[in-house]
Design a protein around this ligand. Structure first.
Ligand code: ZN
Length: 436
């Protein structure tokens, strides 16, 4: 069931489960990439003990790659990393349809840490490349020096015929382009294994998806429905459709193409409210509570704004802003750094008055300071306030000692009105206004 061999100094542990489904765990330079399915645990334990490792990086949260993470956490006490978007998910016990439990086993909750941008193993440096499309936390790991690329579930096969409703062809294309822009040579896929001609394989997959996209749009323009397009372009009765009771379907492939660019494409995109060159502003979701610890939960960030929010209270704060957006159409938003997909701060408005006034606030995690992100996010927020029918004036104040913050307000067009007393910070602060 577990076949172990070496390829370019990577130890590949190849597991074979029901229906011949394969899943790989990789050991490279004292680092484990993915942890396989729970059903492989018994055969993986001797492998873990033989090779030993300092840390685990996960390509995404799905149960076939995280099934033995809880065991590693409990018995080996090694740090486990997953993309920020997967941290909260992994901390809850996995809930999966029956067919997935039968194939892979379950996933016991564990407590991963958010992946940094660069991972250092014993002798090598790995670029952490955010590659959504298959999962919202999907990440690839690239070693510039050796040309090795670990692509998780982004490749799997050159032709996509079925997918889950949560997957997206346009996002997968974008992620494939991101990986093809690097100089990788060999590919390590979490289901297809070591592919020495990985670049050709990724290229072939991208071309197939581009052709499929073109054909789908062409038929849609001729008036065909999604079902008719599916029957024309992907007519096969793929066994996984019945086996998964419809979780996998070729209709999802067609739908994700047809929904590209529409405002209602997927929960994630529906929540986006504004975009700048480097940032996306989106409505907060419960998954963002962990990221919010680094700004609203951080004493240093919040010292001039009335202090940090206790971590346990963050989910409620995020929920409040989500509701405010639904009810009033203007709120405080999560600021996402496009290059990493991480929530790095918050920006937007507290609508406390009914007289058309909105108070601007913005807070960023400390490691995103000094990059001009606040100015970029505040400009986008002003744009949103201008579009909001009931808002006529936005105002802001800042700690008089925070010259950076005062400059941001001036740069984005706010006018200084003078000093004003604030009960929450117990001081007089420079006060600014901007009619919108
Ligand atoms: Zn997966």
């Amino acid at each position: 069931m577990l076949n172990i061999y070496e390829q370019e100094e990577v130890i590949c542990a190849e597991g074979t489960l029901g229906q011949g489904r394969k899943v790989f765990v990789y050991w490279v330079d004292g680092m484990l990439i993915d942890t396989g399915a729970e059903k492989m645990q018994e055969s993986l334990i001797p492998f873990y003990k033989k090779y030993g490792f300092d840390q685990v990086v996960l390509t995404h949260n799905h149960e076939d790659h995280t099934g033995t993470a809880a065991w590693i956490e409990e018995h080996l006490q090694k740090p486990i990393f997953v993309h920020q978007n997967g941290v909260a998910l992994c901390r809850l016990p996995g809930e999966y349809p029956k067919y997935r439990q039968q194939t892979w086993g379950g996933r016991i909750a564990f407590s991963p840490l958010p992946l940094p941008k660069i991972v250092q193993s014993r002798h090598h440096t790995w670029k952490v490349i955010y590659t959504p499309g298959h999962a919202g936390d999907h990440t690839a790991f690239y070693n510039e020096a050796t040309g090795q690329l670990f692509s998780g579930d982004l490749f799997v096969s050159p032709k996509t015929k079925v997918m889950m409703a949560t997957e997206s062809v346009p996002e997968i294309r974008e992620s494939l382009n991101k990986l093809l822009a690097t100089d990788f040579r060999s590919l390590y896929c979490s289901h297809a294994g070591y592919l020495p001609n990985g670049r050709d394989m990724l290229q072939a997959k991208l071309e197939n998806l581009e052709n499929l996209t073109e054909a789908t749009i062409d038929l849609a323009q001729k008036g065909l429905s999604a079902l008719e397009i599916r029957d024309r372009l992907l007519p096969g009765a793929y066994p996984i459709i019945a086996f998964s009771e419809g979780e996998w379907d070729s209709l999802h492939v067609i739908n994700s193409i047809l929904q590209e660019g529409r405002p209602d494409r997927g929960a994630e995109s529906r929540d986006n409210v504004a975009e700048t060159a480097r940032l996306v502003l989106k409505v907060f979701t419960p998954e963002d509570a962990h990221a919010a610890r680094d700004f609203w939960g951080d004493e240093e960030v919040m010292k001039a704004s009335g202090g940090a929010t206790p971590h346990s209270a963050l989910p409620q704060v995020l929920d409040g802003y989500r509701k405010c957006q639904l009810e009033k159409g203007l709120s405080v938003y999560a600021v996402v750094e496009k290059s990493t997909g991480e929530v790095i701060g918050a920006a937007g408005f507290n609508i406390t008055e009914s007289d058309g006034r909105a108070e601007l606030i913005y807070h960023f995690s400390r490691n995103s300071w000094g990059k001009g992100y606040a100015t970029e996010a505040v400009s986008a927020c002003i744009g949103l306030a201008r579009q909001h029918p009931n808002t006529h004036l936005v105002h802001a104040s800042a700690d008089p000692a925070n010259q950076g913050s005062l400059r941001i307000l001036e740069k984005t067009g706010f006018r200084s009105i003078g000093m004003k007393w604030f009960d929450d910070t117990l001081q007089h602060e420079p006060y600014y206004e901007l009619p919108v």
